[in-house]
Design a binder for this molecule. Structure first.
Ligand code: CTP
Length: 422
């Protein structure tokens, strides 16, 4: 694998060199595993490092973190740790382990194991390769299950018959990798996958794990492709029986693609938003507010995410009609859109192709949203107005005038205040 490793960006090479030193000093053999060897061979550009160590992963991680002067999150229960490197790069370090699943869809019982056992517990052959980074190990590819051959042939293949039963989230992972790389799920694996779907095993998985997989799915480059394949293979009853996406949802996803692009091109300096959440909210669009809310809670979305989903679910026909109204005044548009998150605004723009509607939202983002008054409470105080709830009312009136273009500068704002209090 030397020729592949040499092509890596400098900072990754440096990390691997440091890990090799730690491995030598601690006498713990270390390997790059999981998605890393796969993406290394495929020439992908997204480098998360997954290191597994024969020995004690946490001790190894502590040693590496010290050399890098980086933070560390320990997961003692699993013998794993994550280095916090402050940029996009993520380094996960684990101890080689084997896993036993006491029953279908349960969490595994984990115990220390050999590298072979560690690779055998994994989902697909393409994710079960390792590259030794220990000194003298020659950085050769350790490929016990034919992962490299499956990569070349574009095949998703499980390592054993119970893979999907042990961990049904692998159904979603199989679809994700299949769509991401345009691979095929090989026939036997496909049979196991269909069997697991038929047994409704996704419904037995801890909902928080489902949430993580759905987020990953909607973070992929083409969420629509992912969704369509998920529907073809098994449907979405594990999220809700009421979800049966068809053309309207697919069209909405296409529209979301365009609006996300539009937003990123026009507002590159705006706060980052969660694109996956816009797709997820688009998926939930046919549901009622109560249903949408229930799903967010069951999947264990964070409070912030839940709030955003709810505000997306609240966008009803009346709201849309008001934004389509050609006579809508700036202050009305401002009042409608101000409480919405960027995610909800992007979803909103995706819902209708009406040009007035789109323009009102664009105006809000481009003109009204950033509008600030030149005056503040201090100015009202200087004018002899006694502090109290009245301040807010006065400032709101001035803001409306500002949005309408009736006042344009500090002098005109102050003049308006004088007029109001008179
Ligand atoms: N893995 C597994 N079963 C799962 C999740 C993960 O066997 N349900 C194993 C796979 O070997 C996988 C590795 O853990 O490669 C790391 O998982 P993760 O970081 O989730 O995925 P990646 O394969 O790195 O994929 P991605 O490119 O999407 O990050």
């Amino acid at each position: 694998m030397k020729e592949y490793l040499e092509k890596l960006p400098q900072e990754i090479k440096y990390l691997i060199v440091l890990a090799r030193r730690v491995s030598k000093e601690t006498k713990m053999p270390a390997y790059l595993v999981g998605g890393f060897p796969r993406d290394l061979i495929l020439g992908a550009k997204d480098w998360d490092l997954d290191i597994t160590v024969e020995g004690n992963g946490i001790k190894f991680a502590e040693n590496l973190a010290k050399r890098l002067n980086s933070g560390l999150i320990r997961h003692e229960r699993f013998g794993t740790a994550t280095l916090i490197l402050g940029h996009r790069l993520k380094v996960d370090i684990a101890t080689t382990r084997k896993e036993i699943y006491p029953f279908n869809a349960s969490l595994p019982v984990v115990s220390p194991g050999s590298l072979r056992g560690d690779l055998l517990r994994r989902d697909f052959t393409i994710n079960a390769m390792a590259v030794s980074i220990s000194k003298g190990a020659d950085q050769a590819l350790i490929d016990i299950f034919g992962g490299k051959e499956d990569l070349a042939a574009g095949k998703i293949r499980v390592l054993h018959d119970l893979s999907f039963k042990d961990d049904p989230t692998r159904i979603l992972r199989a679809i994700r990798f299949q769509q991401r790389y345009n691979f095929k799920i090989e026939p036997k694996t496909f049979r196991f996958l269909k069997e697991a779907i038929k047994l409704d095993l996704l419904n037995k998985v801890n909902p928080h794990r489902l949430r993580d997989e759905l987020v990953l799915m909607f973070k992929e480059e083409n969420p629509l492709k992912q969704l369509k394949q998920l529907c073809v293979l098994g449907g979405l009853s594990f999220i809700s029986n009421k979800l049966q996406p068809g053309k309207p949802t697919y069209d909405l996803f296409k529209s979301v693609d365009k609006e996300i692009l539009w937003f990123r091109q026009n507002f590159p300096s705006h706060r980052q938003f969660d694109a996956w959440l816009v797709y997820f909210a688009a998926l939930l669009r046919p549901l009622t507010l109560v249903q949408g809310n229930k799903i967010s809670q069951r999947l264990g979305l964070s409070k912030e995410e839940e709030k955003k989903i709810v505000s997306c679910c609240k966008i009803n026909q009346r709201f849309i009609r008001r934004l389509k109204n050609k006579q809508a005044k700036p202050e009305q548009i401002f009042a409608l859109l101000k409480p919405l998150s960027y995610e909800a605004i992007i979803l909103l723009r995706s819902i209708s192709q009406d040009s007035t509607f789109k323009k009102h939202i664009a105006d809000f983002l481009m003109i009204y949203k950033g509008m600030r008054l030149c005056i503040s409470g201090d100015d009202l105080h200087s004018l002899g107005i006694l502090p109290g709830p009245r301040y807010q009312k006065i400032l709101n009136k001035v803001l409306v005038a500002r949005l309408n273009g009736r006042v344009k500068n500090r002098q005109e704002e102050l003049a308006l205040v004088r007029k109001i209090v008179k």
